[in-house]
Design a protein around this ligand. Structure first.
Ligand SMILES: [Zn+2]
Length: 177
């Protein structure tokens, strides 16, 4: 029996099950709360003048699941253009400490891209690998979400990264047939 926060919330319905993924090799599920998905989708670059936005992902982590409860950002101190997003590292650390006190663990990053079907840039991939390698944590992987300009969550990119690169593609270009 493996029932946790995310599964309980989902089973209690009517909750969107759009953001629910099976992680291979372990009996662990990745579940995004509808709030977290909606928060990221609200920042999407649907207008030509909108700059990239992004932030961090915080979850309740149990042996059974990673339940992403909250997506943060962007902050006034981030550097943002139409095609780049550079987060304020100090603000990120403050968020991590603050959420940790509330039982939420940093599990990854998200940001937007101006295209409809986003895929990670070389810089995006490199920064996930570096972040995974340099941070102190007990996770097998960090999550990267890239939200495109369209309204369909299923067009966004979702993948797991370890210190060696992509561990598992969960959604987006390259994951679909
Ligand atoms: Zn990017």
């Amino acid at each position: 029996m493996c029932l946790d926060f995310g599964r309980k919330a989902r089973n209690a319905g009517p909750v969107s099950i759009l953001g629910s993924y099976t992680i291979t090799g372990v009996d662990q599920e990745l579940i995004f709360s509808p709030n977290a998905i909606e928060y990221m989708r609200m920042q999407r670059q649907s207008k030509i003048w909108q700059a990239e936005a992004g932030g961090q992902l915080f979850a309740k982590v149990t042996p059974c699941e990673i339940f992403v409860v909250e997506a943060t950002g962007p902050r006034a101190t981030d550097v943002r253009t139409r095609t780049t997003y550079r987060p304020d590292r100090r603000a990120e650390q403050e968020e991590i400490h603050d959420r940790f006190k509330r039982g939420l663990v940093y599990v990854g990053d998200w940001h937007t891209h101006p295209d409809k079907l986003p895929s990670p840039s070389a810089r995006d991939a490199h920064s996930m690998v570096e972040c995974f390698s340099k941070s102190r944590h007990n996770l097998r992987a960090f999550i990267l979400v890239i939200v495109g300009s369209g309204s369909d969550w299923l067009d966004s990119f979702v993948a797991l990264y370890s210190g060696k690169g992509v561990l598992q593609m969960l959604q987006g270009r390259g994951a679909k047939e």
